[in-house]
Design a protein around this ligand. Structure first.
Ligand code: NAD
Length: 485
């Protein structure tokens, strides 16, 4: 085992879970054993909540300009440790080194945004009648929780950590049991940046600890990122306990390619979007709809896909079960009558026989009813459908229950605007394959890709992580009284 057994991080220290249950943490790159992760229980959570509650008393009263100093220092540390953090991310998640570097760079950007929060949350004040003033302030909620998925071991945690904490909350995070190492490293860096003990805590585990988080009376708000199936469970359970909840779910993102799209640029973008992070991005292109004759562009997509080689510029998928699931989708499409133009099944990487690799896969002549057209595959696979008109393409896009992203490739501005207006998705790309809004714009889908109000990052997250306090004051020095009559 390369690393020592993972422990929870509570009140500024790593400590053993009181549960004996644990899982192996295995690298998808080569199947090697990295560590073990504890499956914590409700008693571990109690300890973490008590520590966070205690820390909240001082942290919430610390002025925000002082709180964000931690994140100025964290930003510098992340930049300094970028290569080390990227290597750890690749090891536990299976991404290429370049993809992991990009992930840590995004963490830097997210941290930088948090340092601007004092500029964004100043309240409002107005003299509402003579001598009477109303003012608003953003108050922190208390102890909050963040439950995160496997596909971005550092970035998705950092969607929530800097903003929630800079806004005065104390946090308990539950990392994915598949990639628990990166969060531990973030905890060390937060401490090194000067975050007081108890403000940030990690409790590892799986379903048991997620349920305990939803039920715990000491936790005010729960943010969740993961599959739609679990997002629904968490949203229902947390709100049943009257907690604030924002739960981001899965996706099935459609790219619409129009005949006037620039062929080379479109092909490169489609191939990069479907295969980046081995297709394990909630913003990945999973379905493409060719409107009219786009055969020439499809040929180029295949050429681009063939340049993407597992173990070189394509990472591994998270585990064997995932590899099998993705390959079954491809086989099912073939049985259903689709044509596999580029086949990524049975990919092997020399010297990494126990790695979990799937090659880039391009499937053509998919019909809207096939499982590869409707379900989230979460692998480097693109399913191509064809329509005669943009409205037919939009009808397919809008019939899918998700609503994270949709993109269009065209040179026609009017058509692009029409698609922005009519696509039922929260994040739209025009000639952009992965339309993730960058800070200060917020991240969040629609429909079954997100449950709850607001977005998880950017300015929108301020509303989720704070509550508004309204005070009304009467200044009446002449009368010598200080309260409203
Ligand atoms: P997942 O839903 O399996 O797991 C997410 C979290 O929920 C993990 O921490 C896991 O331990 C926990 N969990 C798993 N099963 C549970 C259960 N039965 N009850 C309670 N908690 C449970 O997701 P994943 O496989 O880790 O991540 C991939 C999914 O996340 C994809 O569907 C992807 O689209 C989605 N995702 C969405 C976004 C977004 O912004 N919408 C971002 C990243 C990933």
């Amino acid at each position: 085992m390369k690393y020592t057994a993972i422990e929870n991080f509570i009140n500024g220290k790593f400590e053993k879970s009181s549960s004996q249950k644990k899982l192996d943490v295995v690298s998808p790159l080569d199947g090697s054993l990295l560590s073990t992760v504890p499956l914590s229980n409700a008693s571990d959570l109690d300890t973490a909540v008590s520590a966070a509650k205690k820390a909240f008393v001082t942290w919430s009263r610390t002025p925000i300009k002082e709180r964000v100093q931690v994140f100025f220092r964290l930003k510098t540390l992340l930049e300094k440790k970028l290569q080390e953090l990227a290597a750890l991310c690749s090891e536990e998640n299976g991404k290429t080194h370049g993809e992991s570097v990009a992930e840590i760079e995004k963490c830097v950007e997210l941290t930088e945004f948090a340092t601007s929060l004092p500029q964004l949350i100043s309240g409002e004040v107005l003299e509402v009648s003579r001598g009477v003033e109303c003012r608003t302030e953003h108050a922190p909620l208390g102890v909050v929780a963040s439950i995160v998925p496997f596909n971005f071991p550092s970035m998705v945690p950092m969607w929530t950590i800097p903003n929630a904490i800079a806004l005065g909350n104390c946090m308990i995070i539950k990392p994915s049991e598949k990639v628990p190492l990166s969060c531990g490293r973030l905890a060390e860096l937060l401490k090194e940046a000067g975050l007081p003990d108890g403000v940030f805590n990690i409790v590892h585990g799986d379903v048991e600890i997620v349920n305990a988080i939803c039920d715990h009376p000491g936790i005010e708000a729960v943010s969740f990122v993961g599959s739609t199936k679990i997002a629904k469970i968490v949203y229902q359970r947390a709100t049943q306990q009257l907690k604030r909840c924002l739960a981001l779910g899965g996706a099935k993102n459609h790219l619409m390619v129009l005949p006037d799209a620039i062929p080379d640029m479109t092909a490169q973008n489609v191939a990069a979007s479907m295969s980046g992070c081995a297709g394990q991005r909630c913003m990945a292109a999973s379905a493409m709809i060719g409107v009219g004759n786009v055969d020439q562009i499809i040929d180029k997509i295949c050429e681009e896909a063939k340049k993407i080689v597992p173990g070189q510029n394509l990472g591994a998928v998270i585990n064997k079960a995932s590899k099998e699931r993705i390959e079954n989708y491809i086989s099912q499409a073939e049985k259903d009558g689709a044509k596999i133009l580029v086949d990524g099944r049975n990919a092997k990487v020399d010297g990494k026989e126990n790695g979990c690799y799937v090659g880039p896969t391009v499937i053509d002549y998919v019909t809207p009813q096939m499982s590869v057209a409707t379900e989230e595959i979460f692998g480097p696979v693109i399913s191509i459908m064809r329509t005669k008109t943009v409205d037919e393409a939009l009808a397919i896009e809008n019939a899918n229950p998700y609503g994270n992203a949709a993109s269009v490739f065209t040179q026609n501005g009017g058509m692009a605007r029409y698609i922005i207006d009519h696509a039922s998705a929260g994040m739209i790309g025009v000639n952009v394959g992965v339309p993730v809004p960058r800070e200060p714009f917020s991240f969040g889908g629609w429909n079954e890709s997100k449950f709850g109000v607001g977005d998880i990052t950017g300015k929108s997250s301020i509303e989720f992580w704070t509550k508004l306090k309204k005070s009304t004051t009467k200044w009446n020095p002449e009368a010598g009284i200080n309260w409203m009559s």
